[in-house]
Design a protein around this ligand. Structure first.
Ligand code: CP
Length: 350
């Protein structure tokens, strides 16, 4: 367990932390989960600390897990939805009285609160791939308090932490010898982020799983993150294989994680504007990429299904998978948003 060097840090990307630091925050989160089970209070950990939560996109899990989590640690969550603040802007993008420079917002809010958290992605930034993370980095640059990334176009580190906690609970923290199948899945709309896939793959590879990732050839992930995944398996003793055959992710798997995500090659900066009609035509070629009972029956009899949620039932995954014997891990994963983020907050918020 790492006991020094976490207080005051931003939580922007999993890649900013060592494996030992991530393990520490997960272990703290599991201790707090055990406390909750025993109805043992721990509201002396962050007493009277305010977390400002800025959401520029909808949320069920992230908002409510942070709000419940900081309350259970003794603090308070303040929810800021779009329209309740002006639009945060980078230098050169100010729009009269409709926007506010991030350098000002960050310095003001961090004089009032103990931490800032931000979700910004997708339509709000015109699907420009790196822009939402640059906005969060700009908040972190100017904030006096830690900044927590609640999802941008590239990263969803809080989801990655909850995913890892769910995997640990099934298999222990050494995932070597476990096959984790990961797959792209069909959806009827072109707006599902790729960030949860990135951070699920990062965590599964960090802890040594044998990862098999199937996706249609057009549905690549970020090459920098793919390199991180390869580095992780080289260090952890796991393996990473990519396939364009859906069944490869399912066959003999201990866990199958599937989700739809956008086609990066039909979004800026690869294209000048989002090509969502083309994306839907492309997705139409892969309607059969879905977590069905037949596909799940290719996995081990004890296999579990994971999805970060929200999911599109009947498109990405069938009811019988989520509501049948395979679905428990998915809801453990969702619950663990609370416990994993409490571990993060307890560790980094001064
Ligand atoms: N998985 C996740 O981040 O869910 P929400 O969008 O509901 O927060």
């Amino acid at each position: 367990m790492v006991t020094e060097g976490l207080k005051g840090r931003d939580f922007l990307r999993l890649q900013d932390f060592s494996k030992a630091e991530l393990e520490t925050m997960l272990e703290l989160g599991l201790q707090l989960k055990a406390d909750n089970t025993l109805r043992r209070r721990h509201d002396d950990l962050l007493p009277r600390r305010t977390l400002f939560m800025m959401f520029f996109n909808p949320s069920l899990r992230t908002r409510n897990s942070f709000e419940a989590g900081i309350f259970e640690l003794g603090g308070h969550a303040h929810f800021l939805e779009p329209g309740s603040t002006r639009l945060p802007t980078l230098e050169g993008e100010d729009v009269g009285y409709a926007s506010e420079r991030i350098s000002d917002m960050a310095r003001v809010l961090s004089r009032m609160g103990a931490a800032l958290s931000i979700r910004i992605l997708g339509d709000v930034v015109g699907w420009e791939y790196t822009k939402s993370f640059r906005i969060i980095q700009e908040f972190a640059k100017w904030s006096h308090a830690p900044v927590i990334n609640m999802e941008d176009n590239i990263y969803h580190p809080c989801q990655g932490m909850a995913d890892a906690m769910a995997l640990w609970e099934m298999f222990g923290k050494d995932l070597r010898g476990r096959k984790i199948g990961v797959s792209w899945a069909y959806a009827s709309g072109p707006k599902k982020p790729i960030a949860p896939h990135h951070d699920f793959l990062y965590m599964a590879s960090l802890f040594g799983a044998d990862v098999v990732f199937s996706h249609p050839p057009e549905m690549r992930i970020d090459p920098d993150i793919e390199q991180d995944i390869k580095n992780n398996v080289a260090a952890s003793g796991g393996s990473y294989r990519v396939s364009d055959r859906q069944e490869d992710a399912y066959e003999n798997a201990d866990v199958v994680y599937t989700k739809n995500y956008v086609c990066l090659d039909l979004l800026p900066p690869v294209t000048d504007k989002p090509k969502q009609d083309e994306m839907m035509k492309l997705f139409g070629n892969y309607k059969h990429w879905r977590a069905t009972v037949d596909n799940m029956n290719l996995a081990k009899p004890t296999a579990q299904y994971m999805h970060c949620l929200p999911c599109e039932r009947g498109a990405e995954v069938d009811d019988a998978v989520l509501d049948g014997k395979w679905g428990e891990a998915c809801y453990n994963e969702a619950e663990n948003r609370l416990h994993a983020q409490k571990g993060v907050m307890a560790a980094i918020i001064p």
